[in-house]
Structure formats: C-alpha cells, structure tokens
Design a protein around this ligand. Structure first.
Ligand code: ZN
Length: 277
C-alpha cells in the first residue's frame, strides 16, 4: 500500500513532536498488563515457567479483560491520547501499526513467540478483512489487537459520519476474526480530533498513542531502527513500528535484534491493560 507514503505523513511528524513534548510533561498514562492469571497450581514439581499452549489462551482473559468485568464500562471521552504506560519496574509496550500483512506480520509474530513476548497490533480493517487468520493467531498467542480505522485516512479531514464508519467497520472485523471487539484505538498519522475521541469511547475504546517513534516507514536501515528503540527504551515507553504499508523487512529484522537486548536489559514487554474507572 502507498498510504504511508502520502504527504500527510508530514503532518504526523509535526504531531509526533507535539506528542513527545506532551509526554515529557507527564501526560496521560495507561495501566500495564500483568501476567495473566494462571490456573490453580498442579501437583508440586520443579518450578518452571512453561509456555502457554495456544488453547490455554482461549480459556483465560487477555490483560484488561478480567472475567469479572465481562461487560466493561464505557471509557471516558479524552481530549488527548494516552502516550505512555504505568506499571511496576521496567515495563514497555511494543506496538505495530497498519497490518496485518501476510508477509511481514507472521515473521513478527514468530519472533515474539520465540521470546514469549506479547505485543499490540493496531490493525486497519481493510487489511484485517483479508488476513483474518492472522488476527486469529494473534488471539491464540495472547497479543492485543487495536483499531487503526478501516482505510487509514486522515481523520481530521473527514466528516463525523465517515469517522464513525471507519471505526465501526474495523471493530466489527476485529470482533469476528480476533474473538472480541478492540479496547484500544489509534488515529492514523497520530491525527486525533474530538470526534475520534468521542466515537472511540462510544465503541468502548481508549486512545493509545506512542512515546518512541521508530520512523521505520522511512526505511532508515535496520541498525537505525534498532538504535531508536534501544536509545528510547525507558520504563513506560510505548514503541511505534509498522508491520505493513510498504517494505517492512527492516522492521522485521530490527525486532530480532532489539527484542533480546531489551529482555537482557530487564525490560518486561507487555500489553496495555485498561484502567478500571
Ligand atoms: Zn498507521
């Protein structure tokens, strides 16, 4: 797709600077997911952290989807997106936008699985519709799927009716293919407006932006992407990368390099958890 090469990306760059400044000022923060609740302990044995079998993920709630809150309350209507997360220790979120893509997304999922790390995928409805199997895999492997609109438009140029359509259709596809409706959304190009915040809340979603932009869509080189993630790493940071929208082979290779480094540095890479309001 060419959408990420649109001139409107310039708008994003301006927006990123603004978001970064806001983030430094102690802006909104979301809770972090803790490890999913585990079933009752089996018979005593050697303590070990065995990986979950896919079927087990199906039986337990994802982070923020506690069984006692099967009907979540509608989130508040915010005036700015959440930029970073709170949590104990060195916690970070990895997020991948614009997919899922049949070539790049499975490679990213393979790397995440290798290290038993969960991430968040902000999918576009038109991509998700053609790659439903990948949303199913994300569900099986414990990842979070967010709403990134249907066709990746600049929301600030659309009518409220169009924005609603973009968001509703995407939530429907996610619910069908992933198994539940998305709880998070992210505006394309980081261009938010009041209608997007209002409609997102109506659809039960919180707005999540990012703290560190890898700018991987400019294909700056694998090493540069790795450096941006490692230099930007800090507790509460949300990292933005892309798994579609162009050649994302650099993003795929970069993940293979920075992920073990972050883990070796003591970072806990997890998924967002909705605050109970
Ligand atoms: Zn995007």
């Amino acid at each position: 797709m060419e959408k990420d090469q649109l001139p409107t990306r310039r708008t994003l760059l301006t927006g990123v600077a603004a978001l970064g400044a806001a983030g430094a000022g102690g802006a909104l923060a979301a809770g972090l997911g803790t490890e999913p609740a585990r079933p009752p302990a089996p018979a005593p044995g050697p303590p070990q952290r065995s990986p979950l079998k896919p079927s087990e993920y199906r039986l337990r709630p994802l982070a923020g989807h506690g069984a006692a809150h099967a009907t979540p309350r509608r989130p508040p209507v915010r005036s700015e997106p959440i930029l970073r997360v709170t949590g104990r220790g060195r916690t970070m979120l990895l997020t991948f936008d614009d997919g899922p893509h049949p070539e790049y997304t499975p490679q990213i999922l393979d790397t995440l699985a290798k290290y038993e790390v969960r991430a968040t995928f902000f999918v576009c409805g038109e991509m998700a519709d053609y790659n439903r199997d990948l949303l199913s895999r994300m569900s099986d492997e414990g990842h979070v799927v967010g709403n990134h609109t249907w066709s990746h438009p600049l929301l600030t140029s659309l009518t409220r009716r169009r924005i609603r359509s973009e968001m509703e259709r995407t939530s429907e596809v996610v619910e069908q293919a992933y198994g539940e409706a998305p709880r998070w959304f992210r505006a394309p190009y980081g261009a938010w407006n009041r209608a997007a915040f209002q409609l997102g809340a109506e659809l039960g979603m919180e707005p999540l932006a990012w703290t560190v932009d890898t700018l991987d869509w400019t294909t700056p080189g694998t090493g540069t992407i790795v450096d941006r993630v490692e230099d930007g790493a800090a507790p509460g940071v949300v990292v933005l990368s892309h798994d579609a929208g162009g050649d994302r082979s650099q993003s795929v290779r970069a993940l293979r390099r920075y992920l073990p480094v972050l883990l070796d540095s003591g970072y806990h890479l997890t998924v967002p958890r909705r605050r109970l309001l």
